[in-house]
Design a protein around this ligand. Structure first.
Ligand code: AMP
Length: 279
């Protein structure tokens, strides 16, 4: 497995592979890898001649400086995992390599960008779009793999591809969960044992919401979820929203096929997100 820290080497590698008619699958990550990331790499391995993974903790997508400072970093273990998954190249740029000068780019994702994560994390998706666009220009993938765990991010990246007319196919991948239902996340490593014990409650409530969706309105389900979290000692609900999985706009009244429940919860200062298809 090749490790490159520079844009030049990585781009030249991709150009040469493309010249030889080889297909490239790409997985952008921020490291602290878990089985969720690996599922993307394994899928990319099965569908492409070349698999490239990037590990870059992208400072411009963090709206909270503490979150950036405390983001878990486990590079040695990450590289072992990627080698086992059959990754060909890992791109490990520094912040200076990616952003030698200040970036002035303001994407407009319309209504997609203004709700949920977009509303609660100002600037987050602009930072995501800037880095993803840049990484695509460096790694030149035919296909790029993104997890449905970050469902809104996936929608934003699809929109970015449309806006910028990028020749990349975006492949959505299902959420990997721990045995107790907790959505795998790099941030889970920061949970105290008590918080980790409490975390399955999030998916438990999402599954209850899915059951209710058969014969309750969006408003009733949202009220139920709020009530369940009110007074929880360790988990603080930031939002639970029922929205269409197609355009992410809030749903009212009866739940329709494709509607989803989206949740963000704080455990102390650690923010966890999850989602579920309701019908
Ligand atoms: P991150 O390193 O958190 O930026 O995530 C890199 C990619 O892995 C993103 O496309 C995420 O959506 C995806 N990912 C993270 N956690 C999971 C999970 N539990 N299941 C599936 N994909 C995931």
């Amino acid at each position: 497995m090749i490790l490159f820290e520079t844009i030049k080497e990585t781009r030249e590698y991709s150009v040469s592979k493309r010249k030889n008619g080889l297909s490239i699958g790409f997985i952008p990550t921020m490291g602290a890898l878990h089985e969720g990331h690996l599922s993307l790499a394994i899928r990319a391995r099965a569908e492409n001649d070349i698999v490239i993974c990037s590990i870059f903790v992208n400072p411009i997508q963090f709206n909270n400086p503490e979150d950036l400072k405390k983001y878990p970093r486990t590079l040695d273990q990450d590289l072992k995992m990627l080698e086992l998954a059959g990754c060909d190249l890992v791109f490990l740029p520094s912040v200076d390599e990616m952003y030698p000068e200040e970036i002035h780019k303001d994407y407009d994702f319309g209504t997609l960008g203004g709700v949920m994560e977009g509303a609660f994390r100002p600037g987050h998706f602009n930072g995501v779009a800037i880095v993803v666009h840049k990484l695509f220009e460096i790694t030149l993938p035919h296909r790029a793999y993104f997890g449905e765990k970050d469902y809104q991010q996936l929608a934003i990246v699809k929109e970015l591809v449309k806006i910028e007319n990028l020749p990349v196919e975006i492949i959505p991948c299902p959420i990997s969960r721990e045995q107790d239902g907790v959505a795998m996340s790099s941030r889970n490593a920061r949970l105290t044992p008590e918080m980790r014990n409490a975390a399955p409650f999030i998916f438990h409530i999402l599954k209850q919401a899915r059951k209710m969706a058969q014969d309750h309105t969006a408003e009733q389900i949202e009220e139920f979820v709020k009530l369940k979290f009110s007074g929880h000692l360790l988990l603080d609900l930031e939002y639970f929203t029922i929205a269409s999985g197609h355009d992410l706009q809030a749903v009212s009244g009866k739940i329709s096929p494709g509607d989803m429940g989206f949740i963000a919860v704080f455990a102390g200062e650690i923010r966890l997100i999850d989602n579920i298809q309701l019908i």
